[in-house]
Ligand binder design. Structure first.
Ligand code: ADP
Ligand code: MG
Length: 625
């Protein structure tokens, strides 16, 4: 191959190369243009798109404008009004600073820039086609700037091939504008797509009001406001309850100093805050603004500035996690700070009005409740009482069954004969309540226990206002896990009079030696006899002896488990099952202990333990509103 001499690339080619990074598709053009408008202090920004933003895009603002003498510079590479020294680079507060966007866009499209500085008598414009200035001169425009781009990538057909359908590109543009509009509820925005107005957002909205234009009410009702500061770092915004998590990730939006970013660290911190409270594959709604001194964050690591780099990643991670904790671990029974409610005093989902009978102060923080043993209530997990607690579940007092007057044919909901009503699919016994005669008050939260339903759910009334259902298995799992956590280092064990013997497959034996220390710290006293026999001499106090073999088989078959997973599994195995009748005293004592347990709203697998229905929810169920 013959060598060619090194030459400087012509400016137009430089711009086209830069455009490869900055201008990927119409939505990236839109982002740059709107950011320029925001940098120019616009109070209103109107966007018009045709042909998915490829055929035509107009962004018009009422910002500071560009003087006629600088129009040529605005479309020249590395010309900017926002930066003058390298020191500025580490304290930028504007979106732009690279001076690359307009020349890049102008090098791969036909761009007309019209602008008028308020005090100037006249507007001016410049016309550029694929990087060549075609014309420059006076024009007509009220103050502000209007950028019109036509035929994106017309001169670079190779780039055109990478674009998706018109509809997809339009959708991306809409998403990009929405993201920016959410960060600036003080600015008015409008979007017109192919002649149709998609939204028009007034200036000076609250964040909640602005978000209401984009997210459905059911999602909004689960949101909670949060704010947390540490030194000069602040994280604030709106976040959804775990109960409202969805299997879509696009309602997690992050902003750093007002700049929309797609940052792995922030995403991880948010996921971490909800860990154990949502199922895998589910995502919470998070709209998070992180504000920090500009020198703490490097925004110059990505050409489109979608990624940032933090100086102190640990601090950012911890702050975000802490900030989201109240929403992620929010109490099901006492909703504080809910920002949307469909009507006063009642709201969808769990978002009950904070004026309800349960206020935050009515709930002592779990740690203050004293240990269950000290209060002589629920014995499970409390070592001396453990066996008694379990055995009482093995031999429950027979509960008197009182069928409710709703039989399969007396459907309360839905038309007669239609099998859709909630009472149509089950026999009458399914809906029998074990008689507790009188409601029994619990010691906190204004709660009363009414009875057990389907031998699985404990029915409670709260302050005469709310219906609360507690899953007995999930609640007990949480209680046991907490007790194991407390006894973590003690490794207490309950010796077995007759050791249980298990024959192990070689793979199980290998796994046993891997997990040996973990199993010991859970409370298993184990001994190998030969290469393939495992003797179980003691079991964790929470685990009924009869379940030990079953648990060990599962633990040794499982490839993934560390200690945390062993605990989760152990709590699941030890807990009372769904379908088990509970005497009233047993249910009461489970509930009291559960109410004193941290993270009580979710079982160790992340499923909800309790669900609550306010008057509003019931009204909706009965279609009264
Ligand atoms: P940057 O934003 O990085 O400075 P751009 O290429 O996006 O680079 O813009 C170049 C310059 O043109 C900006 O620094 C700014 O002075 C001016 N400019 C661009 N858009 C506008 C606008 N909408 N209103 C006022 N000035 C603008
Ligand atoms: Mg810019």
């Amino acid at each position: 191959m013959t060598r060619r001499a090194i030459t400087l690339l012509p400016e137009i080619l430089c711009n086209q190369i830069a455009a490869g990074e900055v201008v990927e598709r119409p939505s990236s053009v839109l982002k740059e243009l709107v950011e320029n408008s925001l940098d120019a202090g616009a109070a209103r920004i109107d966007v018009t798109l045709e042909g998915g933003g490829v055929a035509r895009m107009v962004v018009q603002d009422d910002g500071a404008g560009i003087p006629p003498g600088e129009l040529g510079l605005a479309v020249t590479r590395h010309a900017t009004s926002k930066l003058s020294s390298v020191a500025d680079l580490f304290s930028v507060t504007s979106f732009g600073f690279r001076g690359e966007a307009l020349p890049s866009i102008a090098s791969v499209s036909h761009l007309t820039l019209t602008s008028r500085v308020r005090q100037e008598a006249e507007a001016a414009r410049i016309d550029v086609d694929c990087g060549q200035v075609l014309a420059e001169g006076p024009a007509a425009l009220a103050s502000g700037t209007r950028v019109e781009m036509r035929r994106l990538f017309a001169g670079t057909p190779a780039r055109l091939k990478f674009l998706r359908t018109e509809a997809t590109e339009a959708k991306r543009c809409q998403e990009a504008l929405t993201r920016m509009a959410l960060a600036r509820p003080d600015v008015a925005f409008s979007l017109t797509l192919g002649g149709r107005e998609i939204f028009r957002l007034p200036a000076g909205q609250t964040l909640a009001a602005r978000l209401a234009q984009f997210w459905p009410l059911a999602v909004l009702e689960g949101l909670m406001e949060f704010s947390r500061e540490h030194g000069e770092f602040k994280a604030h915004g709106l976040a959804g309850r775990p109960s409202h998590a969805q299997n879509r990730a696009d309602r997690m939006l992050f902003y750093v100093n007002g700049r929309p970013v797609q940052d792995r660290l922030l995403q991880r911190a948010a996921r971490d805050a909800y860990k154990g409270r949502i199922l895998s594959g589910e995502y919470p709604q998070v709209l998070l603004f992180l504000d920090l001194p500009p020198e703490e964050v490097d925004v110059n690591v990505h050409p489109a500035k979608l990624e940032v780099r933090f100086r102190d990643e640990g601090q950012v991670f911890a702050l975000v996690r802490l900030a989201l904790a109240p929403a992620a671990g929010g109490e099901v029974l006492s909703e504080q700070g809910a920002v949307y409610s469909s009507s006063a005093g009642s709201a969808g989902g769990f978002a009950g009005g904070s004026s309800g009978p349960v206020s935050a102060s009515a709930w002592p923080p779990p740690a203050q409740g004293g240990s269950p043993a000290a209060r002589g209530s629920w014995p499970v997990g409390d070592k001396p009482g453990m066996q008694r607690g379990w055995q009482s579940f093995q031999n429950p007092q027979p509960a008197r069954e009182v069928p409710l007057p709703l039989g399969p044919r007396q459907t309360a909901v839905g038309e007669a004969g239609q099998a859709s009503g909630p009472f149509s699919q089950h026999s009458p016994e399914y809906f029998s309540v074990s008689a507790g005669s009188e409601p029994r008050p619990l010691s906190q939260g204004g709660l009363e226990y009414l009875g057990q339903i389907a031998n699985t759910y404990l029915v409670l009334r709260q302050g005469g206002e709310k219906l609360v259902l507690v899953d007995q298995h999930a609640a007990h799992e949480r209680v046991i896990l907490e007790n194991m956590r407390r006894a973590r280092s003690s490794g207490d064990s309950q010796p077995l009079a007759l050791p249980v013997e298990l024959s192990l497959h070689p793979a199980e034996a290998a796994r046993a030696s891997e997990l040996w220390a973990e199993l010991r710290s859970c409370g298993f006293l184990l001994e190998m006899s030969g290469a393939d026999k495992l003797l179980v001499r003691g079991v964790p106090p929470s685990l009924p002896a009869g379940k030990a073999a079953e648990f060990l088989r599962d633990a040794l078959a499982d490839r993934t488990g560390g200690l945390a997973e062993l605990w989760t599994m152990l709590s699941c195995k030890s807990a009372i099952k769904a379908g088990q009748p509970l005497a009233q005293d047993e249910a009461m004592s489970l509930l009291e202990t559960w109410l004193d347990t941290p993270e009580r709203d979710f079982c160790p697998h992340g499923r909800p333990v309790a669900v609550a229905f306010g008057a509003g929810d019931l009204e909706r169920l009965f279609k009264r509103k």
